[in-house]
Design a protein around this ligand. Structure first.
Ligand code: GDP
Ligand code: MG
Length: 211
């Protein structure tokens, strides 16, 4: 999400937030994963949330920039594909969650990928196979999921919101990738623009610093 920074010239823009949309069939654990990441807790009972919930966390990116990370839960709207279009379009990154113990949620992934591609061709995607703690009931093996993710150019993580496995690793990865990709795009836009002398100089200095 792009906001204006009052300290900079009017024309310059600065990213202040990264938005990550959570998609996938109902019951796979989207809300649980978000709760685990934001508050580090897990509850077995959930009230179906109506409307949008504010799931935010301040995070430092690898380059030191402080970002507001917004995790956009599709709360009970999963069936209504049209309602997920807006968050998909406005996101810098996407997480698709399926349930390792329910094959049908894996088979539905094609539909989710299609919906994403129709609305956002830029955002990096992470695929989470959730409920890895339910060892006895697992129907999708790691190889098949890895292969599918690779085909669709997604990062894959086997997660458990319940046992706190790979939630932080997976989200850190997709947040950083999304941030870097989005920053790259701003950089390109600014380099093309005429009125961003100051910002261009800053970017140049950063490049020099890197060397
Ligand atoms: P959502 O509809 O995708 O948001 O899914 P929820 O987060 O509401 O989770 C659906 C159900 O699965 C709830 O009863 C959760 O407690 C349960 N659940 C979520 N994540 C896990 C997990 O990692 N392991 C297990 N065993 N259960 C989970
Ligand atoms: Mg939910």
């Amino acid at each position: 999400f792009i906001g204006r920074n009052r300290n900079m010239s009017k024309k310059s823009i600065q990213r202040t937030a990264i938005r990550i949309s959570f998609l996938g069939d109902a019951g796979c654990g989207k809300t649980s994963i978000i709760n685990r990441f934001i508050e580090d807790k897990f509850t077995d009972v959930h009230l179906t949330t109506i409307g949008l919930e504010k799931n935010e966390k301040k995070m430092k990116m690898k380059d030191g920039t402080q970002m507001k990370v917004i995790l956009w839960d599709t709360a009970g709207q999963e069936r209504f594909k049209t309602m997920t279009k807006t968050p998909i379009k406005a996101s810098q990154g996407i997480v698709i969650v399926f349930d390792l113990t329910k094959k049908v949620t894996f088979e539905n992934l094609d539909n989710w990928v299609k919906t994403i591609k129709e609305n956002n061709n830029n955002a990096p995607i992470a695929l989470f196979g959730n409920k890895s703690d339910m060892i006895e009931e697992i129907e999708i093996n790691n190889e098949d999921a890895e292969k599918y993710a690779k085909e669709k150019d997604m990062f894959y993580f086997e997660t458990s919101a319940k046992e706190n496995v790979n939630v932080k690793e997976g989200l850190d990865k997709i947040i950083e990738e999304s941030y870097e990709k989005a920053e790259g795009e701003i950089g390109t836009q600014l380099k093309k623009g005429k009125n961003n002398k100051k910002k261009r100089q800053m970017l140049k200095q950063e490049e020099i610093k890197k060397k």
